[in-house]
Design a binder for this molecule. Structure first.
Ligand code: PLP
Length: 483
């Protein structure tokens, strides 16, 4: 073998592994007469991407692949990838351009698809926020002249999107009370010939009322037929951000098409990213959603995809601890003399906790169980979200609630939820202060209502913190009255 053929072999192997290997050997080619050698000029070296050597892929943690574009084998490869660009996941043929999907985003999406029980026909897509996922899902199926049904208790941002955008795009919206045993019939009563979306959010914010998803799937099938029998059947979507797939595997419920999460909350779990996921077993739905993502909303970026994957790795233990802590906090609140009402699905006072293994609450909180027999060995928990109302009318309750929030030392005063640290918020003076009082009350947001996202701190610290703050408000009022 002469030197030239050795060189040619080396060069072809080199170009095949371009994306895997360090380009540290540019000088090796510079002595060649070949006109296509890699130049060693300074400006070109600056612009060139250098990669680690081949065993880098054995790092236990997955790499974060930044980059908007990917090198192609040849023009045919590029043509092939353009044909496949609206699939939920790539195959081993690779990536072409990050707006159509990229490796770290896809790794994370595959993990969420596994948690959701997505089958081989479906997929999961990740977005830059929960709202981005929700609006993408709605935009992918709703057209002018269509009708959609939503619960009154839908997330504020979703409500705003419907009022500020969807209605101006000539989409008709009906709001219904979807909670509890009567919920499915309330949905059925709202159905019309042009209904294209049936939307649920469960557990509801902030009352944690449960929607009977099995019932909703059933009434949609009864009224419109199954998807196989009626391609115009509405898409049934569920936002189950509060429960996560640890409690609710929405796509396993017959008749439910789409599962949505704000991954900013429990799935991410650390208050450090914004993200949203949308999952479905329908290739038709995934195709439409991929189009919206590609053209309008864009996929979740690589860094946040990595952080989301990292958060999900502890989801199981975090959710168990959130639930154990929240039950203790809820029990203290329910017994406290300054508290009028406590909303927590784990309390027997919750309207959907009618007892037994088949009540709405028991069905909505799977508690990470895999097999039937796990019911006997794995503890039942009910998530980390609690709402409670302090006693008093109007401004009295408003003042008390503010002071309870401000007197906390362990629990943080901040909106959002689902993180390892506990958060508390007072809707009447914070997130919902701009809404007229009557409208707020009609929506169940009392002046004295406080929402807690119970974190994974030591339970006794949380119970003590809340109890001390409530006690102090009572004591200072008693002192004022005595003076
Ligand atoms: C937070 C939240 C959203 C919106 O998610 P973002 O990530 O903030 O855009 C949607 N639905 C529910 C139930 C939420 O709690």
């Amino acid at each position: 073998m002469n030197l030239t053929s050795t060189y040619r072999l080396a060069q072809s192997a080199y170009s095949k592994r371009l994306h895997k290997q360090a380009i540290t050997t540019a000088t090796r080619f510079s002595s060649s007469n070949d006109k296509h050698h890699k130049p060693t000029t300074f400006a070109t070296q600056c612009a060139t991407l250098y990669h680690p050597s081949t065993k880098a892929n054995r790092g236990l943690a997955p790499p974060i692949y930044f980059g908007s574009t990917f090198t192609l084998d040849d023009a045919d490869h590029g043509a092939r990838l353009h044909d496949k660009k609206e699939a939920a996941f790539t195959d081993d043929d690779g990536f072409v351009y990050s707006r159509w999907g990229s490796p770290t985003n896809e790794a994370c999406a595959r993990q969420i698809a596994a948690l959701e029980g997505v089958n081989e026909h479906g997929g999961t897509m990740l977005f830059g926020s929960g709202m981005s996922g929700i609006t993408s899902a709605l935009m992918s199926v709703l057209k002018a002249g269509d009708h959609a049904v939503f619960p009154y208790t839908v997330y504020g941002g979703t409500h705003e999107f419907l009022k500020e955008f969807a209605v101006h795009w000539n989409v008709e919206i009906d709001f219904i009370d979807g909670a509890g045993a009567q919920g499915p019939e309330a949905y059925r009563a709202a159905f019309r010939e042009n209904t294209k979306v049936v939307y649920c959010e469960t557990p509801a914010n902030p009352t944690c009322r449960i929607t009977d998803l099995k019932g909703v799937g059933r009434v949609v099938d009864e009224h419109f037929g199954t998807r196989a029998s009626n391609p115009n059947r509405p898409w049934v979507m569920v936002d189950s951000t509060f429960s996560t797939p640890y409690h609710q595997r929405t796509l396993n419920v017959p008749g439910i098409d789409v599962s949505i999460h704000s991954c900013t909350k429990y799935l991410g779990g650390h208050s450090d990213i914004l993200a949203g996921s949308v999952s479905s077993n329908s290739p038709e739905f995934c195709h439409g959603l991929a189009k919206v993502q590609k053209l309008i909303t864009a996929p979740l970026n690589p860094m946040d995809s990595y952080l989301l994957m990292r958060g999900i790795r502890t989801l199981d233990v975090r959710m168990q601890r959130h639930g154990e802590n929240a039950l203790k906090v809820a029990q203290m609140l329910e017994d406290h003399p300054l508290v009028d009402k406590t909303f927590y699905p784990g309390l027997p006072s919750h309207p959907d906790n009618t007892g037994g293994r088949d009540c709405l609450v028991a069905n909505a909180f799977r508690s990470g169980r895999d097999y039937d027999e796990d019911v006997d060995t794995m503890p039942q928990t009910y998530g980390g979200m609690i709402a409670f109302v302090v006693k008093g009318e109007g401004d009295v309750a408003l003042e008390r609630a503010k002071r309870v929030c401000e007197g906390l030392r362990v629990v943080n005063l901040a909106v959002s939820l689902g993180s390892v640290e506990s958060l508390v918020e007072h809707p009447a003076s914070m997130t919902h202060a701009m809404i007229p009082r009557e409208d707020r009350l009609a929506g169940g947001l009392d002046d004295g209502l406080i929402r807690i996202s119970v974190g994974i701190e030591r339970a006794s610290d949380l119970v003590e913190d809340l109890k001390t703050s409530l006690d102090r408000v009572m004591e200072s009022e008693a002192e004022q009255n005595a003076a």
